[in-house]
Design a protein around this ligand. Structure first.
Ligand SMILES: [Zn+2]
Length: 183
């Protein structure tokens, strides 16, 4: 069976973002086409599965395209909820965001991310304000190393603020892309 598997790339139809990579056998490909929901063949469990069958985060098929020699599949889809099991919009998530999610999930007592999230958006928003001012000061009067350090603080706290509001940085990217297109 496994020699017949095709790599299947799922791309968000609206944004073009690559959401995940899975594997499809003929049955998964046929079911994906006929049901309108993305199905894969799990190599680890050696069985067919429907994306979102337990989480409810299904992928609705917009278009299925085979590549030139028919051994890879591009699925354009719309996603119900986050595609990645870690809660991200995409499996191909920037390192810093993945780290924030991992810290939150681990819930360790000495984690700064966990402490911030417990305090909620009010405290985190204040931190973002402080870090923004510190970045401005550094940019105007301090050496490059300080500017980099303060920019890192601002980016980090901004991501935690998004998380505390239940938002994903992918939404920010989408907004920036939308503006770039409209200008
Ligand atoms: Zn994933």
């Amino acid at each position: 069976m496994s020699e017949e598997l095709k790599a299947a790339i799922v791309q968000d139809d609206a944004t073009g973002r690559v959401l995940m990579l899975g594997w499809m056998d003929e049955e998964a490909l046929a079911l994906t086409r006929s049901s309108g929901l993305v199905h894969f063949f799990s190599r680890s469990r050696q069985r067919l599965w429907q994306k979102g069958e337990t989480s409810g985060n299904v992928l609705h098929v917009v278009e299925v395209v085979l590549d030139c020699d028919a051994d890879a599949v591009l699925v354009r889809a719309t996603a119900d909820g986050p595609t990645c099991h870690d809660g991200s919009t995409s499996c191909f998530t920037p390192w810093l965001w993945r780290t924030v999610l991992q810290r939150e999930r681990a819930q360790s007592e000495d984690s700064y991310v966990v402490a911030l999230l417990r305090d909620g958006p009010g405290r985190i928003a204040r931190k973002v304000g402080e870090e923004a001012v510190e970045l401005v000061v550094a940019a105007l009067s301090e050496e490059d190393e300080r500017v980099v350090s303060e920019a890192a603080d601002l980016w980090f706290h901004t991501l935690v603020l998004l998380r505390s509001r239940g938002l994903d940085p992918a939404a920010v990217e989408d907004e920036l892309r939308r503006r770039a297109i409209s200008r």
